[in-house]
Design a binder for this molecule. Structure first.
Ligand code: AMP
Length: 280
């Protein structure tokens, strides 16, 4: 479906017949990470709707909007093979017609991690997700823990605005070498691939150290930094150890914490994260 009207009437017909709808919003150029969310949707609801929309308002002026990879034909084959029932592919003109003027911004969550290096990003995300939820009207929507901060932002918005949809998180799907799957991995040249894996290595190494009794976030961050910087072509944006609910920085690791990393490898900005738990 390429129009908001078509999507709306599909969804209201389903609702009238008592069917439940799971929704998976994406920016396309799909991979197994996206498909895992769709499979989860199939388990949890009668019908699965996927959206493909490269949302311009969540990209900064110097980011990769124009270069963002797209392959609609391949995406459609993949969703079909995964048993998705409907795909919503709006264009930017429909989503942001002339005169559009409403945005949703959160006070605290975006003042951390990616929100600091990508000003306006989470406002773009929250606004487009609210709009998509209003069009698709799903019973539940599924988001990947790969974009952990995004998941928290969406949950908070849904709670604050009483949007009446269940937000479900799904685990990070990785390549065999540990690299978190991402549409942006296609920017990586062959010789940058090893450097890209250093995010996962730093996270697993940190997890081991915390399990073995290390409680200093500074120590954990310093060794992760050294591990990543040992690879050529890496530019660290942030390495953070923080509270998994508020994203506030943690100094002493005395309970589960979120370790989150953003690194530019060549022109690909990569993110990854892991929960570290003392003694486990
Ligand atoms: P995107 O197309 O990058 O906007 O991602 C669409 C959805 O897929 C978001 O909820 C992401 O968190 C999720 N996603 C992307 N990569 C992965 C991954 N490797 N594992 C699990 N979920 C993912």
């Amino acid at each position: 479906m390429r129009t908001i009207d078509a999507m709306r009437s599909y969804s209201s017909t389903l609702r009238q017949s008592g069917k439940t709808i799971a929704f998976v919003p994406t920016m396309g150029f799909l991979h197994e990470g996206h498909l895992s969310l769709m499979k989860k949707g199939r388990e949890l609801a009668d019908r699965v709707v996927v959206s493909i929309f490269v949302n311009p308002t969540q990209f900064g002026p110097s980011e990769d909007l124009a270069a963002y990879p797209r392959d609609e034909a391949r995406d459609l084959e993949m969703v079909e093979a995964t048993g998705v029932d409907a795909v919503f592919i709006p264009d930017a003109k429909q989503m942001y017609p002339e005169g559009f003027q409403t945005t949703i911004s959160l006070k605290a969550l975006p003042a951390h991690l990616c929100g600091l290096s990508r000003p306006g990003h989470f406002e773009g995300v929250a606004t487009v997700v609210a709009k998509l939820l209003g069009i698709v009207r799903p019973h539940l929507a599924i988001f990947g823990e790969k974009d952990y901060q995004q998941l928290l932002v969406v949950r908070q918005m849904v709670r604050d605005l009483e949007l009446n949809v269940d937000i479900i998180g799904a685990p990070i799907v990785r390549e065999a070498d540990g690299l978190a799957m991402s549409s942006r991995n296609m920017y990586l040249a062959d010789d940058q691939r090893k450097a890209a894996c250093s995010l996962y290595q730093a996270l697993t190494e940190s997890k081991k150290r915390v399990k073995a009794g290390e409680i200093s976030a500074d120590t954990i961050i310093a060794s992760a930094e050294a591990l990543i910087q040992a690879h050529p072509d890496t530019r660290i944006d942030y390495i953070a150890v923080c509270d998994p609910k508020t994203l506030d920085a943690v100094t002493a690791i005395d309970g589960p914490v979120l370790m989150a990393i953003a690194v530019k490898v060549g022109r690909a900005r990569l993110i990854d994260n892991m929960i570290l738990t003392p003694g486990t």
